[in-house]
Design a protein around this ligand. Structure first.
Ligand SMILES: Nc1ncnc2c1ncn2[C@@H]1O[C@H](COP(=O)(O)OP(=O)(O)O)[C@@H](O)[C@H]1O
Ligand SMILES: [Mg+2]
Length: 261
């Protein structure tokens, strides 16, 4: 179980500062793959940071299974756009760092086996374990970051434009990887995936929230029907997907238009 409840959430970066988020209320059910769309600067990363426990609400609250978020937790894995690997450690050591933190009394060799399993699960060769981030391509680094965040099996995964810096082909491969890993899970993780790419949101999410701007609040909330199977092959033919795509673009554009005077 990892139900997230957001109630009347507001947030400003400093006391008395400009409100970034205002009156956000929503329930996210355990196992939902939620994509957050919105213009750059509208507060998507801020909302993710609040969910991660890196910032505290100015007003309202966020609870997970009834418990208020008090700080970061190993129960919430985070993947950022810039991969977030320590450059002075090998890829394997980066993954081991998370594993040792989560399982401090576990045998080191067992943990290394787990790290290697994760490297394999994200489609990388075992040699990558000893490579430093600078020796790896952006796509490989992001695969390692995903392996690191999944290695401790957190019930909630927070991803902030994780594929935003990658070329189109690598990006498509990693979208498929994340979708496959999530599809395969019996007990699905709750995923909170920030993107500004409408097609990425439609492909990955079974729930899509659009944030409006200044201050940001939810202007559109879409929940996919249970039996709606969308893939990269039918994404641009499926009538429902096309309707949804138009609606999402319309909502984002209307919001932008209302701010341009
Ligand atoms: N650490 C910070 N201190 C002050 N303002 C910030 C900080 N981080 C982001 N902001 C501001 O908050 C707003 C929302 O930013 P952000 O959440 O990064 O938006 P998004 O991820 O949607 O692009 C922006 O106006 C940004 O300038
Ligand atoms: Mg952002």
């Amino acid at each position: 179980m990892s139900d997230i409840s957001i109630k009347n959430l507001s947030f400003a970066y400093e006391e008395g500062g400009k409100l970034i988020l205002n009156d956000i209320t929503t329930e996210i059910n355990s196992g939902e793959f939620v994509c957050i769309l919105g213009q750059s600067g509208c507060g998507k990363s801020t909302l993710l940071r609040l969910l991660a426990g890196l910032e505290m609400p100015t007003g309202g609250k966020i609870t997970i299974d009834g418990e208020e978020i008090k700080g970061t937790s190993l129960k919430r894995g985070v993947v950022f756009q810039d991969y977030g690997l320590y450059p002075w450690m090998s890829a394997g050591e980066n993954i081991m760092l998370a594993l040792k933190q989560c399982f401090p009394s576990e045998d080191k060799n067992k943990l290394k086996e787990k790290a290697l399993d994760m490297i394999d699960a994200v489609g990388l060769e075992s040699e990558v374990y000893d490579k430093f981030p600078k020796e790896l391509s952006g796509g490989m680094q992001q695969r390692c970051a995903i392996a690191q965040s999944l290695s401790t099996n957190p019930p909630i995964l927070l991803m902030d434009e994780p594929f935003g810096a990658l070329d189109a082909v690598t990006r498509a491969r990693l979208q498929d990887l994340i979708k496959d890993l999530w599809d395969k899970e019996e007990e699905k993780k709750t995923v909170f995936f920030v993107t500004h790419d409408v097609d990425e949101a439609i492909l990955l999410g079974n729930r899509i929230l659009v944030l409006g701007q200044s201050p940001s609040h939810i202007i559109f909330d879409y929940k996919a029907k249970k039996d709606w199977e969308l893939s990269r092959d039918n994404q641009f033919d499926d009538v429902e997907a096309l309707k949804l795509r138009n609606e999402l673009i319309k909502q984002i554009n209307l919001d932008v238009k209302s701010k341009i005077k």
